[in-house]
Design a protein around this ligand. Structure first.
Ligand code: AMP
Ligand code: GLY
Length: 427
């Protein structure tokens, strides 16, 4: 069978890599892909936002399945178009993707269906929002309503910081229309974890748990990024807690959407805060997480193509999804300046040497070719991922592999999975 993967980051490299191991996959295309994906898939030069051209390509090449990596095409309705034309595609429809594309929609759904989340108010008026912040005090969380590439969330430690965030969102409009409405939430405490599941709208199959590292610097300092590293499993998600999350969050969300006339198919991702053993939803994403997918798919024993087809064909209850026991750790290498304006075009060395180490796989994110060199072309450049018999062993391998890789201005966090390590040593 032939597959098209949409996207060109570390998440998509992990998806393509896993698909390439499937017995039933003969050919993989990726749009736009990157230098690493180009080793195992044919990267195509079609505008990712031009759904008609993508559809034409899928028809012309007789592609059996399209998998959508990022949220933007989903929120713009790529699935609706492909399904209308009878094409198999993995991901939710535009209406279902609102779970991620509108924070207000998602919070209102949670509130009206008893899904645990932080208390909140929604404002369209700057003055009323300002009054509310003064009334509530700090710490407090402010969020622009629409998609803001992960940057529309401010966890304000003081009222001044909150006022500044409010100005940026509502007055300066740094996120454009996403700032029409602002959500002001109570600040939750605890430990974060990512919980992803496959769902065909009826059956929900959890993936192994994972944990992201959102801030750019060690010890969770500095601005938020797309994610600087991840590991799986997240020890904070115990077996009992997984059962609670499945019931109270995942199943309840699918049911809640159904009661509003929306069938959700694809990947459902809940960003959770675990406080005193109880889960609260911080956000939903309608797609695989990045970088969580790199360690999570590294642990998938089953054939990803088989799972993806079971989702699109609504036969998820008929298959078993198996995972490997060994933990996995991914360390992201980023460009100088990221998450602000960053350097591009620097030659990268040592990827092959890193890949030769046992249990290591280097996923490409922002990479491209320049002549015969592989060069940096994005903020997050590589996701150095390793598996091992313990989190400690996987982490050690990942950092050994990082040592082999060089590019000018390379940055990475040195504390990925430290928290899990602490828990592992306490056992
Ligand atoms: P979101 O995009 O909504 O997940 O927010 C990004 C990050 O902001 C989360 O991963 C948390 O670290 C933090 N965050 C969001 N909402 C809250 C909240 N209500 N309380 C504390 N931290 C939050
Ligand atoms: N790593 C967080 C996300 O994919 O949104």
């Amino acid at each position: 069978m032939k597959v098209l993967v949409i996207g060109g980051g570390g998440r998509e490299h992990a998806i393509v890599w896993k698909l390439s191991q499937s017995k039933s996959v003969d050919k993989i295309y990726c749009c736009p892909g990157n230098a690493g994906i180009a080793d195992i898939a044919e990267c195509i030069d079609v505008n990712q936002d031009d759904f008609r051209s993508l559809l034409d390509f899928v028809k012309y090449e007789w592609i059996d399945l399209t998998i959508v990596g990022p949220e933007a095409p989903l929120s713009k309705g790529i699935v609706d178009l492909f399904e209308k034309e009878g094409r198999r595609i993995l991901g939710p429809t535009k209406a279902a993707a609102r779970l991620e594309s509108s924070k207000v929609f998602s919070k209102d759904l949670m509130r009206s269906h008893g899904i645990p989340t932080a208390d909140y108010r929604v404002f369209t008026s700057y003055l009323h929002a300002e009054e509310y912040v003064k009334f509530k005090g700090a710490p407090i969380v402010l969020k622009a309503d629409g998609l803001a590439a992960g940057k529309g969330v401010f966890v304000a430690a003081s009222v001044d910081e909150a006022m500044d965030a409010l100005r940026q969102i509502m007055k300066d409009r740094v996120f454009g229309e996403a700032g029409d409405r602002v959500l002001i939430e109570d600040c939750l405490r605890g430990e974060e974890a990512s919980f992803m599941a496959f769902t065909d709208g009826q059956t929900i199959v959890p993936m192994v748990s994972s944990q992201d590292h959102k801030r750019i610097f060690d010890n969770d300092q500095g601005p938020n990024t797309g994610g600087m590293g991840a590991y799986s499993p997240a020890p904070v998600i115990t077996e009992e807690l997984q059962a609670v999350v499945m019931e109270r969050v995942m199943k309840q969300t699918i049911r809640a959407l159904k009661s509003e006339g929306i069938t959700y198919k694809g990947i459902l991702y809940a960003g959770l805060m675990i406080d005193k053993g109880k889960p609260y939803v911080l956000e939903f994403n309608c797609r695989f997480g990045d970088p969580e997918t790199q360690p999570v798919l590294s642990r998938l024993e089953s054939d990803l193509m088989e799972v993806a087809m079971a989702v699109t064909d609504e036969k998820l209850s008929e298959i078993r999804v198996e995972w490997k026991k060994d933990p996995s750790v991914c360390v992201v290498l980023s460009s100088e300046g990221y998450p602000g304006k960053y350097r591009k075009g620097d030659a990268i060395t040592g990827i092959d040497a890193a890949n030769r180490l046992e249990g290591v796989h280097v996923f490409h994110a922002g990479t491209a070719f320049k002549d015969t060199d592989t060069v940096t072309s994005g903020g997050r450049v590589l996701g150095v991922t390793a598996t091992g018999s313990t989190i400690a062993a996987a982490r050690k391998r990942a950092y050994e592999a990082v040592e082999k890789i060089h590019f000018r201005g390379m940055h990475y966090r040195k504390d990925i999975a430290d928290r899990a390590l602490q828990r592992e040593s306490e056992k």
